[in-house]
Design a binder for this molecule. Structure first.
Ligand code: TYD
Length: 136
């Protein structure tokens, strides 16, 4: 395993007025990669756990435009835990982290911007396989 990049928090500028809030994700200071794909997850039943996989190369930006959830990142040794509950705070997730998403509020939306198109071969869905891959 070569150099490991750490997860980081970025601030998303939000413009609020009586007509609501407009959040902006723009530029290399917020996103250290070019976006090739965006997707969202919503309507998550209470108590659900999502994620439970790692990506070999994919970089992502994850945040909660509505509601809240926990994002737990595991590098095989250390855990990095985030409570996403503000539309103006996002986590940059580098490659090589096992991620678990849980404790979703009923109104939670998980918004993800990603550096590549969907590719199942970039996933590691078995935790032991992830640990083995990390020490390769
Ligand atoms: P998955 O990434 O496993 O969801 P989560 O980690 O949030 O629980 O994806 C769930 C399903 O959706 C899986 O069958 C793959 C499919 N999928 C796509 O087809 N395109 C995509 O961009 C994503 C993220 C998932």
């Amino acid at each position: 395993m070569g150099m490991q990049f750490l997860p980081s928090l970025v601030h998303l500028p939000c413009i609020s007025d009586p007509l609501g809030t407009l959040g902006v994700i723009e530029g290399p200071s917020i996103l250290p990669f070019d976006v090739k794909r965006a997707y969202f997850i919503q309507g998550i039943p209470a108590g659900s756990v999502r994620g439970s996989h790692a990506h070999k190369e994919l970089q992502q930006l994850i945040f909660a435009p509505s509601g809240s959830f926990d994002l737990i990142l595991d590098d095989g040794v250390k855990l990095f835990e985030f409570r996403l509950e503000s539309q103006s705070v996002a986590v940059v997730v580098p490659p090589g982290y096992w991620r678990t998403l849980q404790n979703f509020s009923s109104d939670a939306v998980c918004m993800v911007l990603a550096s590549a198109m969907y590719d199942e071969s970039d996933y590691i869905r078995d935790y032991q396989e992830f640990l083995n891959w990390k020490i390769e």
